[in-house]
Design a protein around this ligand. Structure first.
Ligand SMILES: O=C(O)CCC(=O)C(=O)O
Ligand SMILES: [Fe+2]
Length: 375
């Protein structure tokens, strides 16, 4: 087994190349956002009791030209988010399907437990199995957001789009915002799909994407962490059910291979979205120096992760660059405020993370399992 290059650590390897231009175009400052919100969310009303559920909130946009995210805020003091959501599930979903994401700002969330209750009003919470990134369990099925080092940029992605099963909803709760940076940029996956060259779309739609992962050996996550078990039998059962090919190797290492969708149709809106993680798993996602080190240390098929077309042929670097350009073009960045809850339809909106300084705590919950029937 090859020696691991010293300069590489798990998180360095997989969080992606830094995108220095990202925050320029579409960032709003905290003050701008606040002003907009106080203008559009209106003044506080005191007679909460006499208001209907819908009158208890006001909506706005962060950027007039952009429907993502819809901002929802209370018109009364101390409005509990989970309590309000319980009475408004269907209008939340209607807005979510229209906008792709909703930022709930100014509510009383009630900490991590309240956040979990809020998600539960919208669907069953899911365990994070067949992981691709390190997270810690906070409580119940609430996890820390991806624990990649602060200086690294996490490229935009739809959660678990490297798999045939994914959550339809993902929500983030900002417990503590970073001193600087640490935004969770988002993008409309319908627009990413539309802005891609039709030939690229068609080629991917037809060939799909093959993800090859090698676990263990100290570079990527160990299989025990990815599958959340120490039992090889459980891993085998999981893979069989999920349509993942698996191969045990020496030294407690494991290789998996799976062909997954490149594009997908939203079950509710029937819209087509770009839905894969080829641009994250492909070796071109790495800084050139890291990529070079990995390629000298590992045979192609032993690389910790890589993505190919579904027929096993290589995906061209320039095509992945074009995909990244489309994500970049559609990226919306806004500063977090503590207490914010960002609910995304995981198929209609992609998310990422910008580098940050200071301590930051954003927790995540995923809900409503969906399986792709189309492979
Ligand atoms: O930390 C964040 O804002 C999001 C990171 C991420 O992609 C995730 O936790 O799924
Ligand atoms: Fe994510």
């Amino acid at each position: 087994m090859p020696m691991l290059p010293e300069l590489i650590s798990i998180s360095q390897v997989f969080s992606g190349k830094r995108d220095k231009t990202l925050t320029k175009a579409k960032t709003m400052t905290n003050t701008e956002t606040k002003n907009l919100n106080s203008q559009k969310l209106g003044t506080v009303r005191r007679k909460a009791v006499s208001l209907s559920s819908e009158e208890l909130v006001k909506t706005a946009y962060l950027q007039p030209e952009n429907l993502l995210p819809l901002v929802v805020g209370p018109t009364v003091e101390k409005l509990n988010l989970a309590g309000w959501a319980q009475n408004n599930r269907s209008s939340i979903e209607t807005q979510l399907w229209k906008h792709g994401g909703i930022l709930f700002r100014g509510f009383e969330v009630g900490g991590v437990n309240g956040f979990e209750q809020f998600i539960q009003t919208l669907g069953d919470l899911l365990e994070y199995s067949f992981r691709s990134t390190p997270r810690s369990l906070v409580s119940g099925n609430i996890y820390t957001s991806t624990e990649y080092p602060a200086e690294q940029f996490i490229p935009l992605h739809n959660e678990m789009a490297y798999s045939r099963n994914w959550p339809l909803k993902i929500a983030f709760f900002c417990v503590k915002k970073a001193e600087q940076g640490g935004e969770t940029p988002i993008a409309n996956s319908r627009k990413v799909f539309e802005s891609l060259d039709s030939q690229i779309r068609e080629k991917f739609a037809q060939k799909k994407v093959m993800y090859v992962r090698n676990y263990g050996g100290g570079v990527d996550l160990p299989w025990q962490n990815v599958f959340n078990t120490d039992s090889k039998i459980e891993v085998e059962e999981y893979c069989k059910k999920a349509g993942i090919e698996l191969q045990w190797k020496s030294d407690d290492r494991l290789r998996t291979r799976q062909i997954c969708q490149a594009v997908a149709q939203h079950p509710q809106t029937q819209e087509m979205v770009w839905f894969n993680q080829a641009h994250l798993f492909h070796i071109s996602n790495l800084e050139p120096v890291v990529r070079k080190e990995l390629l000298t240390s590992f045979k192609q098929e032993d690389l910790p992760r890589n993505a190919y077309y579904g027929d096993g042929s290589p995906i061209e670097d320039f095509i992945l660059d074009e995909i990244r350009r489309c994500y970049q073009q559609e990226t919306i960045v806004f500063p977090w405020e503590e207490g914010d809850v960002l609910l995304l339809d995981n198929m209609l909106a992609a998310h990422g993370r910008t580098p940050f300084s200071g301590s930051r705590r954003v927790v995540v919950g995923m809900a409503e399992a969906f399986s792709c029937q189309d492979i």
